[in-house]
Design a protein. Structure first.
Length: 313
């Protein structure tokens, strides 16, 4: 009906198809999930920030992960909860672009942060004598700045390439706004965007995967060769935790992006996979690291005793 982008300020997301009976239980569950995500991630951030024992490269890199997780969860949950209550799936074009930016910023940030953490573990286990020199405070700051610069520049470029188009459709095919679903609203030639998308997938999926494979192969070789049982157990525990977190994000992201490029892929499976990217990593990351990383676990217990439970006594 409309052929100019100026008339298409309102877009419509896929309906939730919730009955009146299910609406409020789902709203309560979604609200609790979001509050748990925010609480757990803020707990990790506060624990690392306030505990001097955790002011080490590994935990300073980890400090960035819950921040990224909260960005992704906040980009998704508040609008979803609002949609549940109002039964209105309309979103403005500018809000949709903002949501897409934040969600891609979260996903890319997590992959880059986890790659940096894998590199840190590789240096700590395979080159322990050079660890302090390589992961010095200056180099650590440079690494963190590089992570966020690459993340910001790549996602801004993605959104700018998307924003140059006029749209001729208003129905988003997913439960939230993202680059592939927004591209499907365009009736112009999106080849440049597709090329950039493929390059981004190769770099942002293949790059971290290559780093993980290489570093973990070297870590495994070092652990097998060492005769120190305690060091080997600690290395496997730390790296196993990291690997689980990475695979949860990597597999979900890869299958979701592939599903968008396969015409016959089930939209229901694609939507479930898409939501799982924004649900499981932010929910499980702080729990997995909090339970499996001994120093962080002890720090969280001490933080809760000092700042939470002590105020109640």
């Amino acid at each position: 009906m409309y052929k100019n982008a100026s008339y298409m300020d309102l877009l419509t997301l896929v309906p939730l198809d919730l009955s009146a009976t299910n609406m409020y239980p789902v709203f309560v569950l979604g609200t609790l999930t979001y509050l748990i995500i925010v609480f757990c991630n803020l707990l990790v951030v506060a624990t690392i920030a306030l505990s001097k024992k955790l002011h080490k490269p590994m935990f300073i890199l980890l400090f960035n992960l819950p921040i990224s997780d909260m960005v992704g969860a906040t980009a998704f949950f508040p609008h979803l909860l609002f949609s549940i209550v109002t039964q209105n799936r309309v979103i403005s074009h500018s809000a949709c672009i903002t949501q897409a930016f934040l969600i891609h910023f979260y996903g890319t940030g997590n992959l880059l942060i986890l790659s940096a953490m894998a590199y840190d573990r590789y240096i700590a286990i395979c080159c322990p004598l050079r660890y302090n020199a390589i992961m010095s405070p200056k180099n650590l700051i440079r690494l963190i700045i590089l992570i966020w610069f690459i993340n910001f520049s790549m996602i801004v470029t993605l959104i700018l390439l998307l924003g140059r188009f006029k749209i001729c459709r208003t129905n988003i095919v997913d439960l939230y706004c993202n680059n592939p679903s927004l591209l499907k609203l365009v009736c112009e030639d999106p080849r440049i965007n597709n090329y950039y998308g493929i390059i981004s997938i190769v770099l942002l999926q293949g790059g971290p995967l290559s780093i993980i494979i290489y570093t973990y192969a070297q870590i495994l070789r070092t652990c097998v060769m060492t005769n120190q049982t305690d060091a080997r157990t600690k290395a496997f525990q730390t790296c196993g935790t990291h690997l689980v977190v990475f695979l949860i994000l990597q597999i979900n992201t890869a299958f979701t992006l592939i599903a968008h490029r396969i015409p016959n892929a089930s939209p229901y499976i694609r939507r479930v996979l898409g939501v799982s990217i924004l649900l499981f990593p932010p929910l499980l990351d702080p729990i997995i690291y909090g339970l499996k990383t001994r120093e962080l676990k002890q720090g969280i217990v001490m933080f809760l005793k000092r700042h939470i439970f002590s105020t109640k006594l």
